[in-house]
Design a protein around this ligand. Structure first.
Ligand SMILES: [Mg+2]
Length: 294
């Protein structure tokens, strides 16, 4: 897990409170400060903030409103908010948790307790981010795993299916590579193929490893020629690659690709992928190392 210094945003309209917190926290964390609600929201937009320490009583936008807005913005809703306030009545505490606070600490606070509670929330956030990452990305190649691939491309299909293409890609005779040269070489081939394909995939496309030696691209291309050009280039580039084994042997490998375009009869992403899969099998049947369009 990453070891960069975490950034804590202190939001308080009282300068002396800020000074106390700066003294306590600035050695361990990068600190940004906001003296009112508006600038707190701006600061969160402009900086990568890991945690917010939030006062309640402030002029204009109070702490509750700041928290509510942070939690209703997709970009900031995962940032833990700890209220730090002199208010200690139950209503205030309840309201803080209801607006999305993760913790509530009363002023005057005990420094050790504040530090421990900040640290707990930062650790929890880091673990959640790590779990999100490993549940979404393929460990071997770093590209989307099957789950993430379907999540994004189904959303894409629902938003705008016009001119959508699916490209199903499979490494030819991959079992032979593993059998003849061993799994470490097989893994190298998978990584190299993923990296090569990724270099051709436009930013707005979805590219994932569906399993084993199978990959898929889903994209909205403006013209068929654009697809043909890129798909052929991917195949050619991989054909030119080479891995040299420990014994000095040159290992070559190829891919087959099946391309399908969305049409009126295709109702969902699964159907589009099925057509691309059929095209891929045709490519295999025709002798591999080729592209088939449907
Ligand atoms: Mg205040």
């Amino acid at each position: 897990m990453e070891n960069r210094k975490k950034t804590v945003l202190i939001v308080d309209d009282t300068k002396t409170n800020i000074d106390i917190l700066l003294n306590l926290l600035s050695e361990k964390y990068d600190i940004v400060v906001a003296l009112d609600g508006e600038s707190a929201l701006e600061t969160v937009e402009e900086n990568s903030v890991d945690l917010v320490l939030l006062d309640i009583m402030m002029p204009n936008i109070d702490g509750y409103e700041v928290c509510r807005r942070l939690k209703s913005n997709e970009k900031t809703l995962d940032i833990p908010v700890i209220f730090l306030t002199a208010r200690d009545d139950e209503d205030s505490i309840e309201k803080a948790y209801k607006t999305g606070a993760i913790d509530y600490i009363r002023k005057p606070f005990k420094p050790i307790e504040l530090l421990a509670r900040i640290n707990t929330q930062l650790r929890a956030k880091e673990l959640i981010e790590h779990l999100n990452f490993i549940s979404s990305y393929d460990e071997m190649t770093g590209i989307c795993n099957r789950r993430k691939f379907f999540e994004i491309s189904e959303k894409k299909f629902a938003q705008n299916r016009d001119g959508m293409y699916a490209v199903m890609i499979d490494i030819d005779n991959f079992k032979n590579i593993n059998d003849n040269y061993g799994h470490p070489i097989g893994d190298m081939v998978i990584r190299l193929v993923a990296k090569t394909i990724a270099s051709f995939v436009p930013e707005d496309a979805v590219f994932g490893r569906l399993g084993g030696e199978e990959f898929c691209i889903v994209c909205n291309y403006s013209s068929l020629s654009c697809v043909v050009e890129n798909i052929e280039k991917i195949r050619e580039s991989i054909e030119k690659l080479e891995i040299v084994s420990d014994s000095g042997e040159s290992i070559k490998f190829t891919i087959s690709e099946g391309v399908a375009k969305v049409s009126d009869e295709i109702k969902n992403l699964d159907e589009l992928l099925k057509y691309a899969d059929k095209a891929l099998y045709e490519a295999k049947g025709l002798g591999r190392n080729r592209v088939v369009f449907r």
